[in-house]
Design a protein around this ligand. Sequence first.
Ligand code: DAT
Ligand code: MG
Length: 135
Amino acid sequence: MIERSFVMIKPDGVRRGLTGECIRRFEQRGLKVVELKMLTAGRALAENHYGVHRGKPFFESVVDFISSGPVVAMVIEGESAIAAIRQIVGATRPLEAAPGSIRGDFALEVGENIVHASDGVETATQEIALWFGQG
Ligand code: DAT
Ligand code: MG
């Protein structure tokens, strides 16, 4: 199935100059970037994006973090894109992320794990609408 995923280089990834490295890995796998923009998310957008985590102890810190500086927001398309991208990104906790994954290669802390990627078809649809609008 050809799928679309919402992918974002988080403020730590942008600050560390890892945007190109991340995009290279997605493209090298055969996936295609179909939308891309750089922006700094406001509080409302950040809270909406992480709405599923509202009430969890780390909610405030992830919202603060994601809105702390510029991010690169993308829609990436391809065969089984959602699972393929999660594989390229690696596990949420960098110490559990396989070497060779983005988080396994470049991150140490769960709070600064470089990239966000949609975790399913429904969340991808919601996140693409949230960040790029319906049109
Ligand atoms: P993922 O980004 O792999 O989809 P998630 O949706 O479970 O992970 O969590 C969203 C982000 O919130 C994650 O990238 C980093 C942060 N986070 C998750 N669990 C955390 C925790 N236990 N402590 C601090 N931050 C956490
Ligand atoms: Mg998630």
